[in-house]
Design a protein around this ligand. Structure first.
Ligand code: PLP
Length: 383
């Protein structure tokens, strides 16, 4: 078999940690009970496993287990948050969000607008950050919900959710955040963060694909949410359907590992990322760092390369697996909406690479990646 390219696309998805897989395995062929069918021990053991995972997920983000609503992932969680809150508020309700959100927020937001709800999409600055003052001006008497991403999946920029949340509290509106990319490396304390709803997804931090959660605050009165999937009343009537026990067990295990290893992972990833950036800068000119130089994810490096064709660049990189823009929309050849929102030209946006460094990357792989990029860019630039 041909040698596999070095995987540097950890924002798109991560490899399941073998320790997570070990925890999941018994739940396929041995402990296969339905947690809603508890008239026998198969069901009760499955229910116990789900509740243990619920506790692990809650602990990982500083929430309480009753605030965890399991979903199929973050797309579903964010759909439930946006549609659920606005539909509960009824006709005339409004949503404020920003142009650098993931499509899992922007697409339902636009659909809600077509259905008659009010929508404001705020601009971001050149680093991809949303200015909290903009949120303050955008909130009107119609606004019910603000939705702001915690960490960008494209450029790694971190938003100031404490400031944005304080404004939302003061103005009496709810705040949802897509925390998908942050969970693995940024400490999150839902108890102290002024956020009401938070989306997360296991496959972004070494858990399985197809499971995630919406955290719904319960300590400031009940948030009114309209369920989007009905049929059995699972998950506090908010998300019906038989729970995906093996995936949920893996989600819990991945959360437990994050809690134990987040700090060390973040430090290691940050130093690998800095090493990659240093190597590229040493050998190449005409580089543009995309994202905030300080408020950023440790494992993210997003760079635009002057003087190269973006498609040729991606196609030329045979020894590494990276993406340009968001992998979640890579079937769409449009340049990244996030880089565009940050004011990058279309040419530079197309000639950008997103390196997503993860738990399993080694210093030797980073060295190889830098050499591969330098060689390819030089070849394409004809020097
Ligand atoms: N939000 C962000 C920031 C993401 O990076 C992704 C990745 O795909 C999603 C949402 C969607 O998550 P999921 O794959 O769990 O639906």
């Amino acid at each position: 078999m041909a040698e596999q390219p070095v995987y540097l696309d950890n924002h798109a998805t991560t490899r399941v940690d073998p320790r997570v897989l070990q925890e999941m395995l018994p739940y396929f062929c041995e402990e296969y009970g339905n947690p809603a069918s508890i008239s026998h021990s198969y069901g009760t053991r499955a229910a116990e496993a789900v509740e243990q995972a619920r506790q692990q997920v809650a602990d990982c983000v500083g929430a309480s287990p009753r605030e965890v609503i399991f979903t199929s992932g973050a797309t579903e969680a964010s759909n439930l948050a946006l549609r659920g809150v606005l539909q509960a508020a009824g006709a005339g309700a409004g949503l404020v969000t920003d142009a650098a959100e993931h499509r899992a927020v922007l697409d339902p937001a636009r659909k809600l607008k077509r259905q008659g709800f009010h929508l404001t999409v705020l601009p971001v600055d050149a680093t991809g950050r949303l200015d909290p003052a903009q949120v303050a001006t955008a909130i009107t008497s119609e606004t019910t919900l603000v939705s702001v991403i915690l960490a960008s999946n494209e450029v790694g920029t971190l938003n100031d959710l404490a400031a944005i949340g304080a404004i939302c509290r003061e103005r009496g509106v709810l705040l949802h955040t897509d925390a998908v990319q942050a969970v693995g490396t940024v400490p999150i304390d839902f108890r102290s963060l002024p956020v009401d709803l938070l989306s997360l997804s296991a496959h972004k931090f070494y858990g399985p694909k197809g499971t995630g959660a919406l955290i719904v605050r319960r300590d400031r009165g009940r948030i009114r949410l309209v369920s989007q999937i009905d049929g059995g009343g699972h998950e506090q009537q908010l998300r019906s359907g038989t729970l995906a026990v093996p995936l949920i067990v893996g989600f819990g295990a991945a959360c437990q590992l994050v809690q134990a290893e987040r700090e060390a992972d973040a430090a290691r990833l940050g130093s690998l990322r800095d090493d990659l950036w240093r190597r590229l800068q040493q050998e190449l000119d005409g580089l543009w760092l995309n994202g905030h130089p300080e408020y950023r994810l440790p494992g993210n490096l997003n760079v635009s390369f002057e003087g190269v064709d973006g498609d040729a660049l991606l196609a030329g990189l045979k020894r590494i697996a990276v993406s340009s823009g968001s992998a979640c929309t890579s079937h769409n050849p449009e340049p990244s909406h996030v880089l565009r929102a940050m004011g990058r030209s279309d040419t530079l946006t197309r000639a950008s690479l997103r390196f997503g460094i993860g738990r399993f990357n080694t210093p030797a792989e980073i060295e190889l990646a830098a050499a591969e990029v330098v060689e390819t860019v030089r070849r394409l630039r004809g020097k």
